[in-house]
Design a protein. Structure first.
Length: 314
């Protein structure tokens, strides 16, 4: 008989997020970066899996569903449109509370790219998911670290998408924008370790560490609401819309009780050291030690020279 899987209770922090967030099913819609290409184990290391396992593991009521399909485009006229893939149909029938759209990287291939069609097709997909009474989040794709990799144009990915996708989100009334681009290196390409290490090295697809960073960015956007009340307890978190506030740690009463023996021991040791010091100091003074301020021979009585008249002549 196999061992039963141990279930971890939803602690007070988990309960807090559950109370103030209504999202229960999250649909990840996208291409190979959503699918988990270059992950060591996509079932465990793709960003939807890391979001589920790493950030939401204590709350079994929240599900993250991966509807990623490698090589797919937002463009209906692209070489592999997501519109024609079975994953798109599955995503629409998932009854998700939120859709995270991560498409565009394959549209940047030189034989696919068409700005006007891309904008229109993106708007159409947002409208479809909004029609399902769900929140819709648009992902700014990760940067491309090598121009021409997979026939992709780095100018489109690194310079057009960072402004284009937020504009589409604003004009369509999408719920939010998830800035994966800056989180994974941005236009300065300053996070190559999230794409290339001993586990994987690719100019387009993140490695396990990169997918973990991506999952964290998605979690923050979906679950850290500006109106999220502060967590009660020892740790007082700053409001998320006020970064200038410094987090303050207030130790509980048990902290002082636990520290009492150590404080008492420190006092005893200090008193012993002080007693030894004073004992040595006074002993040294009594013995005419170097602590005396007078010259060492001043205390020795010296005989005055005898008067010449008192000298007995032979």
């Amino acid at each position: 008989m196999g061992a039963k899987e141990r279930t971890v209770p939803c602690n007070r922090h988990c309960q807090h997020f559950r109370k103030h967030n209504h999202l229960r099913t999250i649909a990840a819609v996208g291409d190979s970066i959503t699918y988990g290409t270059c992950a060591s184990d996509r079932a465990r290391m793709a960003w939807p899996a890391q979001l589920q396992r790493g950030y939401l593991w204590q709350d079994p009521t929240v599900r993250v569903l991966n509807f990623g399909a490698s090589g797919r485009t937002m463009l209906k006229s692209g070489d592999n449109p997501y519109w024609d893939d079975d994953e798109f149909a599955r995503a629409k029938s998932s009854n998700a509370d939120a859709f995270v759209i991560g498409l565009g990287t394959n549209d940047a291939k030189h034989y696919n790219w068409n700005l006007e069609e891309f904008e229109q097709d993106y708007r159409d997909m947002v409208a479809i998911f909004q029609g399902l009474d769900a929140e819709v989040y648009l992902v700014v794709p990760p940067p491309l670290y090598e121009d021409g990799a997979y026939d992709m144009n780095a100018t489109v990915i690194n310079h057009i998408f960072p402004s284009l996708i937020p504009r589409i989100a604003n004009e369509t009334g999408a719920t939010g924008v998830i800035d994966v681009f800056d989180a994974l290196g941005g236009s300065s390409l300053n996070a190559p370790e999230l794409f290339c290490d001993y586990q994987s090295c690719d100019a387009c697809h993140p490695n396990d560490a990169g997918y973990d960073r991506l999952a964290g960015v998605v979690f923050r956007e979906l679950f850290y609401r500006p109106d999220l009340p502060l967590l009660a307890g020892e740790v007082i978190n700053p409001p998320l819309n006020a970064p200038e506030v410094v987090a303050e740690w207030k130790p509980p009463a048990s902290f002082y009780l636990a520290m009492a023996p150590a404080i008492a021991l420190a006092v005893v040791v200090a008193n012993l050291c002080l007693g030894v010091f004073w004992t040595c100091y006074h002993t040294a003074r009594a013995c005419g030690g170097p602590q005396r301020t007078a010259r060492p021979y001043d205390s020795v009585s010296r005989r005055s020279p005898m008067p010449a008249s008192d000298i007995e002549l032979a």
